[in-house]
Design a protein around this ligand. Structure first.
Ligand code: PGA
Length: 250
C-alpha cells in the first residue's frame, strides 16, 4: 500500500495563541482541496485549543506529552488532556527535549505506547549529533535509538507511527543533509524497523527527514523513495514559507 506523505511544522517555543490563530487562518485557505499529503503543525500546549478550533484540513500535533495519566507531575501534560482538546498527533523525543530535558529512549517508548492507546499518532524523532556523525557512528545511533524507543510496541502499533530522522547537526543550522545522506539514513530507519518487526511494518511506517528543510529543498527530499515527508522548524513559522513548501509538494 502506498504511504501518504506527511509534512509537519514544528513551531517549538514560538507563537502566542493570537499568533497561532492568525497563522491558522492564513494557512487553511492554502490547504483547501489539497490531498496530496497530510499537512500539520506541532504547536505549544497553550496554542493547541485555538489551533484545533481553527483547523479544517491541518493536523494539529502536540510537541510533547507525559506517559502518565494524572498526578503530582508539576508542569506536565497528559495524553487524556491532549485527547480532550482534539489532538491526533504528538511529537516525541525531539533532540531538543533529549538534550535540554533529559528525554531518553525509554521515555519515548512509554510515551508512544500511551499515545497509541488513545489513537494519537506519535512522531518519534531520532538522529545523531555532529560528533557522532564525524565519528562515523550514525548507523549505530539510529539502530540503538530505534531499538530503545520502540521497545514494548507491537508491529501493529509501529506501523501507525511516523518516525522523523533528524540529524542534530542539520537542525536550525541551514546545513541540511544532502538528499543521498537523508535517503540512506531514512532507508536505514526502514530496514531497522523491518529487522525489529517484519517487512510489512517497515513498509507501512512513514519516515520523515528533518533538519533545515526549506521551500527550495523540499522537492528533492520528497523525490527519495524512503522519505515520506518532512518535519520542519524554522520554515514552518511563517504562512508564506510554509505555503511555498505545501505548493512544492502538491
Ligand atoms: P529546522 O528544525 O527545520 O529549523 O532545522 C527542524 C526540527 O527541529 O524539527
Amino acid at each position: 500500500m502506498a504511504r501518504k506523505p506527511i509534512i509537519v511544522g514544528n513551531w517549538k517555543m514560538n507563537k502566542t495563541p493570537r499568533e497561532a490563530e492568525e497563522f491558522m487562518k492564513g494557512i487553511e485557505q492554502v490547504l483547501t482541496g489539497n490531498e496530496a499529503a497530510d499537512y500539520g503543525v506541532g504547536a505549544p500546549f497553550v496554542d493547541l485549543d485555538v489551533c484545533v478550533k481553527n483547523a479544517k484540513n491541518l493536523i494539529i500535533a502536540a510537541e510533547n506529552c507525559n506517559e502518565k495519566d494524572s498526578g503530582a507531575y508539576t508542569g506536565e501534560v497528559s495524553v487524556p488532556m491532549l485527547k480532550e482538546v482534539g489532538i491526533t498527533y504528538c511529537i516525541i523525543g525531539h533532540s531538543e527535549r533529549r538534550t535540554y530535558y533529559a528525554e531518553t529512549d525509554a521515555h519515548c517508548a512509554a510515551k508512544a505506547k500511551r499515545l497509541l492507546a488513545d489513537n494519537i499518532i506519535p512522531i518519534l524523532c531520532i538522529g545523531e549529533t555532529e560528533a557522532q556523525y564525524d565519528a562515523g557512528e550514525t548507523a549505530d545511533v539510529i539502530k540503538s535509538q530505534l531499538a530503545g524507543s520502540l521497545e514494548g510496541l507491537t508491529a501493529e502499533e509501529v506501523a501507525k507511527m511516523v518516525i522523523a530522522y533528524e540529524p542534530i547537526w542539520a537542525i536550525g543550522t541551514g546545513k541540511s543533509a544532502d538528499e543521498t545522506t537523508a535517503e540512506n539514513c531514512c532507508k536505514l530507519v526502514r530496514d531497522t524497523v523491518k529487522g525489529l518487526y517484519d517487512e510489512a511494518t517497515g513498509e507501512a511506517v512513514r519516515i520523515q527527514y528533518g533538519g533545515s528543510v526549506k521551500p527550495t529543498n523540499i522537492k528533492s527530499y520528497m523525490a527519495c523513495p524512503d522519505i515520506d515527508g518532512a518535519l520542519i522548524g524554522g520554515a514552518s513559522l511563517k504562512v508564506d514559507s510554509f505555503k511555498e513548501i505545501i505548493d512544492a509538494t502538491k
